[in-house]
Ligand binder design. Structure first.
Ligand SMILES: [Zn+2]
Length: 466
């Protein structure tokens, strides 16, 4: 409750900062960001087939040319193909550094699946096209372009600004740059907090709705449901059948739902959403923010996204079983993929599934587990600065703290006490999200506005004593 009050106060404290004409960066800085963006989109850095090292090296070149000393630029990674770049722009040291993070790997893109070459940067009809234009090379390009601009302008921050462009966010794995840096060079990226991907601007039919801030995320668990049976000839069936055991378990699971819950982050989210939405749903969302169980039921039923915001979810995603057309199955198995609220434990989810399955023949085995991370605290300084810049660039568009369903590298940092906020200021149409999909794109206007947003935001955050 205290957090809600703080946030409501912050909303009223918004101050005008920029005029509307200043949403675009100066021409030279637009050109710089654009040329960096184009350069890194055209480097093939697919998670499984590509390399991030050429991206890191190209950015190191740019920084050295702009006058950054070699001693402030670090290149390295888990393997030679998967290098990360870390650069430090020195402040007075009055406050602890901030970390600006973006990943440089992308989801694979096959040219035959696209209507253009995914690794050729194209500007067409008001959009930039190419794999990574939204996820996450726009933010990577903007971090570097803005850092070069701060240096050129002689900006003197109270704290070091660290930019880290890292490998293998998509799918994590052994070469994940953030995990590797935390393990091997934590001093390079240690910071009071971090800004990252994970929150963007939401638009509907070209109208800006909200500027989202990702402050927490669900974590992922996979379970294997497995039934073994001695099998036999299919001409003499018995009721004790592996497939029937599994089917029964999955059927029970399909009718089960985890309890509806609200936490500090989602409470503020629903509170803000109740002011954005119109019609009867607005009152329902306010009811959710107040913790009304009936309102939670109705809101969860109204939207799959809100349902997933209010509870842990588990769903069957893969199935296997049987070994011959004419044999009783000796094996039946399914994968169940769970997206877990930060406050729900692994044991809670595991035990709940066992209870729902309610069949000794069905083994419920925990397969893999992502790093579980706490929510970032709703820091008034960070949220106030985001509000202020959002309001000056896009008056009447609220900034909304969120818990997201997808995972980002923020989880590694949050787990090591570096609070991480996903915020970009790139506005995208919620009906046409193309991250990880075909013909990925970013609107030209959104890119430059995001460049301005992040430039102003970091400038404020880097001077906490101002
Ligand atoms: Zn991403």
């Amino acid at each position: 409750m205290r957090l809600i009050l703080q946030l409501m106060l912050l909303v009223t404290l918004r101050l005008p900062l920029l005029s509307a004409s200043q949403t675009m960066p100066p021409e030279a800085d637009k050109q710089l960001a654009l040329s960096i963006y184009k350069q890194i989109i055209e480097i093939k850095s697919g998670f499984t087939t590509g390399a991030t090292t050429p991206v890191a090296e190209a950015m190191a070149d740019r920084l050295r040319t702009a006058g950054f000393p070699a001693s402030d630029i670090y290149l390295g990674g888990a393997i030679p193909k998967k290098f990360n770049l870390v650069v430090r722009y020195h402040g007075s040291g009055a406050a602890k550094p901030i970390l600006l993070l973006a990943h440089t790997d992308v989801v694979e893109a096959k040219p035959e699946d696209w209507s253009m070459d995914p690794f050729t940067f194209v500007e067409k009809d008001g959009y930039f096209y190419g794999r990574g234009t939204a996820d996450d090379k726009a933010q990577a390009a903007v971090w570097i372009a803005n850092l070069i601009r701060y240096k050129r302008e002689g900006f003197k921050p109270d704290r070091d600004i660290i930019v880290a462009l890292t490998a293998d966010e998509e799918g994590g794995g052994p070469y994940n740059g953030v995990e590797w840096l935390l393990k091997n060079h934590k001093d390079l990226i240690d910071a009071e907090y971090c800004l990252n991907e994970g929150g963007w601007g939401e638009m509907a039919h070209g109208k800006k709705i909200s500027n989202d801030i990702q402050v927490s995320e669900k974590y992922v668990l996979n379970f294997r449901l497995e039934v073994h049976n001695k099998g036999g000839h299919s001409s003499m069936p018995v009721p004790d059948n592996a497939i029937y055991h599994l089917a029964g378990a999955l059927d029970r699971m399909s009718r089960f739902a985890f309890p509806l819950k609200i936490n500090d982050v989602t409470r503020v989210y629903f509170e803000r959403m109740s002011k954005i939405q119109t019609g009867p749903i607005a009152a329902e969302l306010a009811g959710v923010a107040q913790g009304s169980p009936d309102a939670m039921q109705r809101v969860a039923a109204a939207s799959t996204a809100w349902n997933a915001t209010l509870r842990t979810t588990c769903v069957a995603t893969q199935l296997e079983g049987g070994h011959a057309l004419n044999a009783l199955p000796q094996l039946a198995a399914a994968n169940v993929n769970c997206r877990v609220l930060p406050e729900d434990s692994v044991d809670f989810v595991h035990n709940s599934l066992k209870k729902v399955v309610a069949d000794d023949q069905v083994d419920v085995k925990l397969l893999s587990q992502f790093v579980q991370s706490p929510p970032s605290p709703l820091r008034p300084d960070v949220l106030k600065a985001i509000n202020r810049v959002t309001d000056s660039l896009w008056p009447s568009v609220p900034s909304v703290p969120m818990m997201v369903m997808g995972a980002t590298d923020g989880r590694y940092l949050r787990a090591q006490n570096i609070p991480t906020y996903g915020v970009q200021g790139f506005f995208m149409d919620t009906d046409d999200m193309r991250m990880h999909g075909r013909d990925e794109r970013m609107s030209v206007q959104a890119f430059y506005e995001g460049q301005t947003f992040l430039y102003e935001l970091v400038k404020i955050l880097a001077k906490p004593t101002a």
